[in-house]
Design a protein around this ligand. Structure first.
Ligand code: FES
Length: 109
């Protein structure tokens, strides 16, 4: 079963910026890009770095620690040293509020 989780109002994330947001069971990165809003896991897949401390360029987020880039559209990793894709979540916006949908496979329960 899929469950929808409220993240934050769109107005919390200025255009072309990103923020880390704490949900009840995980921390996520929310990016407001020219191509829309994207939500992914907050932490880099390489080591302990919060991606919201990095740079956003289009839909690409660059890790602040070793510079790997991830495409927030599909979570694909583009550069070494990270070699694991980032988990990204399906996003919907309703009445100005950002929601993500968690599926069984990424919902701990
Ligand atoms: S911690 Fe992100 S690339 Fe190393």
């Amino acid at each position: 079963m899929n469950t929808k989780h409220k993240v934050c109002p769109v107005t919390d994330i200025p255009l072309l910026e990103m923020r880390c947001v704490s949900l009840s069971d995980r921390n996520v990165l929310v990016a407001h890009t020219d191509s829309g809003i994207f939500v992914s896991d907050e932490m880099c897949t390489h080591e302990d770095a919060r991606l919201c401390d990095g740079n956003l360029n289009g839909t690409l987020v660059k890790c602040p620690l070793h510079g790997s880039r991830f495409d927030l559209v599909d979570g694909r990793v583009l550069d070494d040293p990270a070699d694991e894709n980032l988990t990204v979540y399906p996003v919907t916006v309703e009445e100005g509020i950002i929601y993500i949908t968690l599926q069984d496979s990424n919902n701990p329960g």
